[in-house]
Design a protein around this ligand. Structure first.
Ligand code: MF3
Ligand code: CO
Ligand code: CO
Length: 269
């Protein structure tokens, strides 16, 4: 069952969405050559706790898995998702995906972004750009009357135009009081299929694309997901509320919401 959120619930999800977006942008501004994922993780955890929020990932343990030990997932190069933070220094040409979630006032916000370290190969830069575009195209399908298959279709169409691999073993998801709620939101699909999208639903969309094959494997730490062929991966995620008018991105900073408002005002003059 997909849980529709009330006006009050959505108000709370806006607050936690903005909070986790501020964490994301702070991390983005820190990421560069010489930075370690350990420092990024510490900053993220401190920001969440200082705001009175709980890092949702810490202790997260789906059935049969060991509890996840960090506030963020930090996935470097061929790591796709669920990477552990450590003291390895990021270096020129690397690509880092950071995924993070916070729980505040009973609700969860979930967001991820991929950053190029210094100068990356052209195809890697393209991979990051197309992953972000796929997310935007998926978000644009998040409107009442559409179906979950429309989201996957939009993402798949765009990613395949560039020949990128689409990770199928992990998907987007409903989100609310729990990080992972129904429905699953695959990054591939057919138009007009699967669940109907209704106002009050909140979805986390998170395309994961690779420069090579789409198959993944999990490392011995029990969590870190890497591409089987060792190719680079990118991941981009937002938490989206479905309103009667269409998608509302909850995981934007105050600043980003202002900018989006200005662009909208300009477009309607
Ligand atoms: N990557 C997942 C998501 O965005 C959550 C990671 S769970 C963790 O939905 F335990 F690995 F942190
Ligand atoms: Co996430
Ligand atoms: Co998610």
């Amino acid at each position: 069952m997909i849980i529709a959120k009330s006006k009050k619930d959505l108000e709370k999800m806006r607050v936690v969405g903005e909070l986790i977006a501020e964490v994301r942008e702070t991390l983005r501004s820190m990421i560069g050559p010489g930075m370690t994922t350990r420092e990024l993780n510490e900053t993220a955890e401190k920001m969440m706790r200082d705001a009175g929020a709980v890092p949702t990932f810490i202790g997260y343990a789906p059935y049969g898995m060991t509890p996840f030990p960090f506030a963020i997932c930090a996935s470097v190069n061929e790591q796709v998702v669920h990477g552990f933070s450590d003291d390895r220094e990021l270096k020129d040409g690397d690509v880092l995906s950071v995924d993070m979630a916070a729980t505040y006032n009973g609700f969860v916000g979930d967001t991820a972004t991929t950053v190029a370290i210094g100068n990356v190969d052209e195809d890697v830069a393209k991979l990051i750009q197309v992953t972000e575009e796929c997310l935007e195209l998926g978000i644009d399908q998040c409107r009442p009357g559409n179906r979950v298959g429309d989201i996957g279709w939009a993402v798949q169409e765009h990613a395949e135009k560039f020949g990128f691999g689409i990770v199928r073993e992990y998907t987007g998801h409903g989100i609310g009081r729990k990080m992972h709620e129904a429905p699953q939101i695959p990054n591939y699909g057919r138009k007009g299929t699967k669940e109907k999208i209704r106002p009050g639903f909140v979805f986390a969309l998170e395309p994961m694309l690779t420069l090579g094959e789409d198959l993944t494997k999990t490392l011995d730490d029990g969590w870190t997901v890497v591409t089987k062929d060792g190719s680079m991966a990118a991941h981009s995620e937002h938490t989206i509320a479905i309103t009667p008018e269409g998608p509302e991105i909850l995981t934007l900073t105050r600043e980003q919401k202002k900018e989006a408002g200005l662009r909208l005002a300009e477009a309607t003059v």
